[in-house]
Design a protein around this ligand. Structure first.
Ligand code: LLP
Length: 404
């Protein structure tokens, strides 16, 4: 697992907690790894901004030459606000209304459409356009059932057996398919399954089906370790396997297709950390509970997906090891970051850091119980380059009903 050199304790003292820290150097490192690992000139990465929409992060990602995978008109507006060119945004929403289709079309982004209905409705509204289509790769993979997007029962993508229907709708409205996309799931540990999904996608990628094709998009889902004992992606195996499949497809087309990936977790999960403070220790007859100033409103992954997030005691790293439930301040029993976790003794006032807090943590946050979201900072080369303070309770409530 990635280990950070950032002094989180100093940051907690300076900026108060709960505090999200995003280390931008780590984002760059992962991007470089992907580029060198794959070593394909026509590689283009779109960051799945649903993972973390921090504006400074988006600007940084844009400065690296990474595009954006957006899933809602709101995400497109924010990407544009961050300075991303519309040509660098791919729009992969699902279950769009006609109003949303028109709104996004006016913003000039490329649509990646994942149902026959949406292709038809898009074609009726905007014939003669270029589009990408999203297919369901018919593979079930991902670190939890709730984040697997392939397979016969999934709401995502067009079933492979519906391809001909999709192509005839495209023909009817003169839509040119310039991209074919799949996203299999998130946190795919089993590389064989990833490669199977690539195979299933490429099986339909022929010049007869897609004469105007410019790119294939293998989606996100690239694995990152969350547990200290989990291993990183082995590029020595992964990259040649992906590339040999793509090169075979290139041969069919007699040209080099562009290769797109759209990682979220891979770029940002490990770069983020949530610093929280313990305020209440409870000893239920030997069962220790550490109560903190945060909760599942700030980091929902353990509650939503039984996800493991590594936690360290910043204030007492050499304390004697004890076993704790580490819980939040939300009024629900399930408000739990970790159960029966061994950590150096936790005392009231100690700061803890929850690692791998960059992806789907702040962005899935809420104001449940009317508690505001944490402050956020970004660091680059050890220096704090961006700080968004936490909203005060009073300010938050005033703005909540400011037009009422
Ligand atoms: N592309 C598409 C079409 C997606 O739906 C997703 C994620 C991605 C790319 C990026 O996937 P990633 O590289 O981050 O695995 N909230 C869940 C993850 C939900 C993923 C949704 N789609 C979690 O915290 O595990």
């Amino acid at each position: 697992m990635y280990t950070s050199k950032t002094n989180f304790l100093d940051l907690a003292k300076q900026y108060a907690s709960p505090l999200y820290v995003y280390e931008l150097d780590q984002v760059k490192k992962r991007y470089e790894e992907l580029k060198t690992g794959l070593n394909y000139k026509q590689l283009k990465v779109h960051y799945a901004m649903k993972a973390n929409y921090n504006l400074h992060l988006l600007k940084y990602v844009n400065s690296l030459g990474i595009g954006i995978d957006a899933v809602s008109p709101g995400e497109i507006y924010l990407a544009l606000k961050a300075g991303v060119a519309k040509e660098n945004i791919i729009f992969t929403a699902n279950n769009l209304t006609n109003e949303e289709i028109s709104e996004a079309q006016a913003l000039g982004v490329l649509f990646n459409l994942g149902s026959l209905s949406e292709i038809k409705r898009y074609g009726e509204l905007f014939p003669n356009q270029k589009i990408c289509i999203r297919v369901n790769p018919d593979v079930i993979a991902g670190s939890h059932a709730k984040i697997q997007t392939g397979g016969p029962l999934s709401k995502f993508g067009i079933l492979l057996e519906h391809l001909n229907e999709a192509l005839s709708i495209c023909k009817q409205y003169n839509l040119t398919v310039i991209g074919v996309h799949k996203h299999t799931g998130s946190g795919i540990k089993d590389q064989e399954k990833y490669l199977q999904a690539v195979d299933n996608l490429l099986a339909i990628v022929t010049p007869t089906n897609f004469p105007g094709l410019e790119f294939v998009d293998f989606g996100g889902g690239l694995f990152v370790p969350y547990h200290p004992e989990e291993k990183e992606i082995d590029y020595q195996k992964f990259a040649p396997a992906v590339l040999s499949k793509l090169l075979a497809t290139n041969k069919l087309f007699d040209r080099e297709l562009k290769l797109y990936f759209e990682p979220g977790k891979f770029l940002i999960a490990e770069a983020g950390h949530l610093i929280i403070q313990v305020n209440t220790i409870k000893d239920n007859n030997g069962h220790l509970i550490a109560g903190t100033n945060s909760g599942f409103n700030h980091l929902a992954r353990p509650v939503m997906y039984d996800a493991y997030h590594h936690i360290e005691n910043l204030s007492n790293p050499n304390g004697v090891t004890k076993t704790y439930d580490i819980v939040g301040n939300i009024c629900e029993t399930g408000d739990n970051f970790a159960s029966s976790r061994s950590l150096p003794e936790i005392r009231e006032g100690d700061f803890l850091v929850i690692h791998n807090g960059g992806a789907y943590c702040y962005s899935m946050g809420s104001v449940y119980n009317l508690r505001t979201l944490p402050a956020e900072i970004c660091t680059l080369a050890g220096a704090v380059v961006y700080h968004r303070p936490r909203q005060s309770n009073q300010d938050f409530i005033n703005k909540l009903y400011d037009t009422y």
